[in-house]
Design a protein around this ligand. Structure first.
Ligand code: BGC
Length: 734
């Protein structure tokens, strides 16, 4: 035998044994994936690691897509001879999307934005939310949902915050995990995105998010880590931006050190659409190129194959990429030939309404709400409230059944300008208020001219002003103001009639120069297709408000870690280097460390009843356990969200959210609540040692109504300690 052949045999057997080890060391699902993968040809392997975006355009007519592709966000052909299903992918963070109506007439339930979901602080509801969308996707033949946005809302000008959950890693991780689990329970793979630090949209393809790695582990990455532990998503989507100089989809530190080695993530990493810089990303941890026609090249086909042949990409790695995809298919069961299920639209619509009812948040109430008799005249002003409620724009935008009440193409720079549509779902707050306040006359003024609205308000018993701020993927807001003359509108109306209530339909916190002049303020965010009904029910007391803010409302842009929007005014494709110098102190932690008092703190929300807290007991040791009683001392049934925080050294200000629970209580009823802190929230991450370190000593704990309202405090001693993520997993599994 020739020397070269011997060499080839030796090389092949080395490769095979490494592959075998990869298969032996892991679970049964992965072993099954290994078995299938071993029977695939390389051509089949390559076809599974890149996909298309089956939305026709000039270069890609409908006829160029495989017949079995459902028009939508993504498609990857399967391998029928081995029972490998195609991946039929749709966006669906807020419901099943239908971009540009590529599937004519196929509309779905438009859920409230995930900021509303997070405002419920209710993981059980989050599971139902994910499940309802999962069932609607499955019914349409999709088997993968590009859901699960879990980026922390670090910057209240980020145009995509409405698709995310909160500024806090615990709330975000728990709610994302529950929603993912619900989706996958419906037999649809869920995606966790955008990994990581996609906290601003301005020039997102050229944005370098710079942060201390340990701080990232304690904040955004901790949210992702918890979401993975609790939701076990089949896939993770890399972000557009760079993290510390390296594109997320080619970032070895993120994709291998953190996600694989430390977290032991078993699913696959797909790219965001048009986020792959080159074929070498496969060597750095990216497993699949999505929507490949949006990248400069279909990197994970010809170019990667060439690398396989020149030896710069290994067959072992190719096999691993394929196996990870197969493992998730098996874990969620999308390979099983099961019926698609029924059209569960009514169940989904119930979830949409329930989420809006529980998430819409009462921020201020000076004895004006709930509205009721003896009202004779109510003037509803602005925000197209005679027609519907606002939704956010971009790839997550859902067109509800029957279409929107109003769709205004906004346009703007780049490809995403076409997705920027200011749409109002057909759920008119004015009509819903008229139904509930049937003895009153409920009229409408568009609020175009403040002086007209003010003169009409003068004659009304109550004026309810609806203000809107449209936000969209790919665009940030330059500041926190309400656009147009809406501030002037509120000021004029409140001057004419002190009985003024403001309803905010926004994708972010906004400034409120008129706050002291009005008697009631409600944050409805983007409340979904039943939003008008839920708003009216809350305004009239049919539903007792119980939402709590997942984001701080700052008093001024000057109070933010970056007072000016990063990248503001840059030309389109210019690099945007953003230094997240606040590190792990995102959101309320930032304001607390600076001693700043925001307008409304994280966790804030009012009710029409009252809750009393008593009997706080805290135990220390390796972690912190808190026990306390909550009693409904008011006249109405309602839900409360008591929150337990770690406080600063002096016990004055909040430092980290350790636990929360949403509880429903009848008048006079009480409940004992037990909360156990995840020790990672008591620790700092040591990046060099790859360990969570708890410094021993005394710690202050606060039982609070919000990050700005601590009711009871306790002190507890923690033992010094340290642990790795793997040790914690073992401990939690016991
Ligand atoms: C978004 C993703 C989305 C994808 C597919 C991208 O522009 O960032 O969140 O899933 O498009 O539509």
């Amino acid at each position: 035998m020739k020397k070269t052949s011997l060499f080839i045999i030796a090389f092949l057997s080395a490769a095979t044994s490494a592959e075998d080890r990869d298969c032996e060391m892991t679970d049964q699902l992965y072993q099954r994936a290994c078995d299938t993968e071993s029977r695939m040809t390389d051509e089949e392997r390559f076809s599974l690691i890149h996909g298309i975006m089956p939305i026709p355009d000039e270069l890609h007519p409908r006829s160029s897509f495989p017949a079995e592709a459902i028009a939508g966000a993504g498609f990857v052909p399967g391998v029928p001879r081995l029972g490998i299903p195609s991946l039929r992918e749709t966006d669906g963070s807020l419901g099943v999307t239908n971009p540009f109506s590529v599937r004519p007439g196929d509309n779905a339930t438009a859920m409230p934005s995930t900021l509303v979901l997070a405002s419920t602080f209710d993981p059980v509801l989050a599971r139902k939310f994910g499940n309802a969308i999962g069932r609607e996707a499955r019914f349409r033949g999709f088997n993968l949902l590009l859901t699960g946005g879990a980026n922390l809302t670090r910057d209240p000008r980020n145009g995509r915050n409405f698709e995310y959950l909160s500024e806090d890693p615990l709330l975000t991780g728990v709610m994302a995990g529950a929603s993912i689990a619900g989706t996958q329970q419906a037999g649809v793979i869920s995606t966790l995105k955008h990994f990581a630090l996609n906290a601003n949209e301005t020039n997102r393809h050229f944005l370098d998010a710079v942060i201390d790695p340990a701080a990232l582990r304690e904040s955004d990455l901790l949210a992702f880590q918890i979401a993975i532990e609790q939701g076990q998503p089949g896939s993770v989507m890399g972000a557009y931006n760079k993290v510390n100089g390296i594109y997320s989809t080619a970032n070895t530190w993120l994709l291998q050190n953190v996600l694989r080695k430390d977290w032991d993530y078993k699913g696959w990493v797909m790219s965001d659409w048009g986020s792959v810089a080159g074929a070498d990303s496969a060597n750095r941890g990216l497993d699949q190129q999505s929507g490949a026609q949006l990248d400069k090249q279909v990197w994970f086909d010809g170019p990667l194959n060439a690398m396989l042949h020149d030896g710069s990409f290994s067959h072992e790695r190719l096999s691993q990429m394929v196996r990870r995809i197969l493992r998730s298919m098996y874990a969620v069961g999308i390979d099983k030939d099961r019926p698609l299920g029924a059209d569960d639209r009514y169940a989904a619509q119930d979830v949409a309404l329930d989420t809006a009812r529980k998430g819409i948040t009462l921020l201020k109430n000076e004895g004006i709400l709930p509205l009721g008799a003896p009202l004779h005249t109510v003037l509803v002003i602005g925000g197209h409230a005679n027609q519907g409620v606002l939704a956010g724009g971009g790839s997550s935008q859902v067109v509800p059944r029957g279409g929107n009440a109003l769709s205004i193409p906004v346009g703007g720079n780049g490809v995403m300008g076409a997705y920027r549509v200011e749409a109002y779902a057909r759920s008119s707050p004015q009509a819903e208020l008229a139904k509930l306040l049937y003895t009153a006359k409920v009229t409408y003024d568009p609020g175009v001219y403040p002086q007209v609205a003010a003169s009409l308000a003068r004659g009304a018993d109550v004026a309810v002003v609806f203000v809107t701020k449209h936000e969209s993927e790919a665009f940030d807001s330059p500041d926190l103001s309400l656009p147009g003359s809406q501030d002037a509108l509120i000021t004029a109306v409140a001057k004419a009639n002190p009985n003024t209530v403001v309803v905010l339909e926004t994708g972010n916190p906004v400034l409120m120069p008129w706050r002291d002049a009005v008697r009631g303020i409600v944050a409805a965010w983007y409340p979904g297709e039943a939003g008008g009904q839920a708003i009216a029910e809350i305004l009239t007391g049919k539903v007792n408000p119980s939402g709590r803010l997942p984001m701080t409302f700052p008093a001024a842009e000057a109070d933010l870690p970056r007072p000016t929007l990063p990248g503001f005014g840059l030309p389109n494709d210019a690099p945007n280097r953003v230094e997240y110098t606040e590190g792990a102190a995102a959101g309320y932690r930032w304001f607390a460390t600076r001693g700043q008092t925001p307008i409304y703190p994280f966790g804030h929300g009012l009710s029409y009843t009252q809750f009393a807290y008593s009997g706080l007991r805290v135990n220390g040791g390796k972690s912190i356990a808190a026990r306390f009683e909550v009693r409904n001392t008011g006249p109405h049934e309602g839900a409360d969200v008591p929150q337990v925080y770690l406080l600063d050294d002096r016990g004055n200000r909040v430092s980290r959210l350790l636990g929360f629970e949403r509880i429903n209580l009848k008048p006079g009823e009480s409940r004992v609540v037990n909360l156990q802190a995840d020790p990672r929230f008591l620790a700092n991450f040591d990046e060099r040692a790859q360990r969570w370190i708890i410094a021993g000593g005394y710690y202050h704990i606060g039982l609070a109504r919000s990050a700005g309202n601590i009711v009871l405090t306790g002190r507890v001693r923690l033992a010094p300690g340290s642990f790795t993520s793997a040790e914690l997993r073992t401990r939690q599994a016991r």
